[in-house]
Design a protein around this ligand. Structure first.
Ligand SMILES: Cc1cc2nc3c(=O)[nH]c(=O)nc-3n(C[C@H](O)[C@H](O)[C@H](O)COP(=O)(O)OP(=O)(O)OC[C@H]3O[C@@H](n4cnc5c(N)ncnc54)[C@H](O)[C@@H]3O)c2cc1C
Length: 305
């Protein structure tokens, strides 16, 4: 056993090796992680990141893998999945671990008559991932109700407020700073009516079932909307690209901004399809689409901010 492997196994009990990532991500494509560690507590998340840093091992911190496209070759080094889910409620302030699943958190809040995140009740993924990408729907985003977030930044645990995080439409400072890890987030909620909150979440779920191709692998909307008036789906549809298929990746016939993985798709199929969509939309409308998804493990130009 190599010294590095031995140290990783000693420091990170439960460390797994050569773990296929496709079954763990909503795209359902991509190769294995060389090493994978599920950090069940904030302390173990901090320790895993520090260990990778000390050993100079390539590190990728992920949440629920709903907004990533992993290369077919997989990821070298250590993949850490945030699974710290502890919550504490202090009046109307909720502090929650980055690894908690956002829909579960929002459902609990609605049950308890707490409002502020109900529009995010069907956004898959973790709280940490939602903070990084400022996840949202219907013109509202998690950054709107975030009070503070606990970060691991350059080996130091510190708190940062929304003003520092530079929230924008589906973005934040953290989308460009992959070295910073979200450990916890605190949201300011307000009293709401339980029945109305649960009904809003259920309505949204039904709308998503009607509009989104949930039967296939995807990362949700693949491209950012250039503006609210100009959704990416409209541009793709107007370029006549619905149903366009490259390998086993397809522009959904149901929602043009979903580039779905048909059974047997490879990550390279999705990448080739997205390049083709970008090329044709630019040609047709002069608009350059930008990815919302984070591409991981691709060599050239693989990581749009
Ligand atoms: C069917 C479907 C529908 C969707 N609908 C919406 C929608 O309506 N609105 C919306 O905004 N999004 C939507 N998405 C996209 C996705 O749900 C969000 O982007 C989600 O917030 C990603 O969270 P995650 O935990 O899965 O992040 P991951 O995919 O695991 O990671 C995404 C990025 O965040 C980083 N990251 C994750 N956790 C941490 C952490 N703790 N510390 C530091 N960095 C971290 C990763 O390194 C990566 O760069 C949809 C996706 C799907 C599949």
């Amino acid at each position: 056993m190599s010294e590095l492997r031995e140290t990783l196994r000693r420091e990170l009990p439960g460390l797994e090796e050569a773990v296929p990532l496709a079954p763990l991500c909503t795209y359902g494509v991509g190769g294995p992680a060389q090493y994978l560690y599920r950090a069940a507590m904030t302390d173990t998340l901090v320790h895993a990141v520090a260990t990778a840093r000390d050993l100079a091992v390539p590190l990728t911190v992920l949440g629920r893998m709903t907004n990533v496209l992993v290369a077919d070759e997989g990821l070298p080094g250590l993949v850490v999945l945030a699974r710290n889910e502890a919550q504490r409620l202090d009046g109307e302030l909720l502090t929650v671990g980055a690894g908690a699943e956002l829909p579960a958190v929002v459902a609990d809040l609605a049950e308890g008559g707490l409002a502020g995140l109900e529009y995010a009740g069907n956004i898959p993924g973790s709280v940490g991932g939602a903070v990084v990408g400022n996840a949202g729907a219907y013109g509202r985003s998690v950054g709107d109700v975030l009070v503070t977030t606990r970060l691991l930044d350059d080996g130091r645990v510190r708190d940062a407020g929304p003003e520092e995080l530079e929230f924008g439409y589906r973005t934040s400072l953290l989308k460009r700073r992959h070295d910073v890890v979200v450990l916890e987030a605190t949201f300011a909620l307000a009293h709401g009516e339980r029945g109305a909150l649960l009904a809003e979440i259920a309505r949204d779920a039904e709308l998503r079932r009607t509009k989104h191709p949930l039967e296939y692998g995807s990362c949700g909307s693949y491209f950012k909307n250039p503006s609210r008036e100009l959704p990416a789906a409209k541009l793709i549809e107007e370029a006549g690209l619905k149903g366009l298929t490259v390998g086993r990746a397809q522009v959904s016939t149901k929602h043009a901004n979903f580039l779905v993985a048909l059974p047997g798709a490879k990550a390279t199929d999705v990448l080739a399809l997205s390049d083709e969509v970008k090329r044709r939309v630019l040609e047709q409308s002069g608009v350059e689409l930008a990815e919302e998804v984070r591409r991981l493990g691709f060599d050239a130009g693989g990581d749009p901010a």
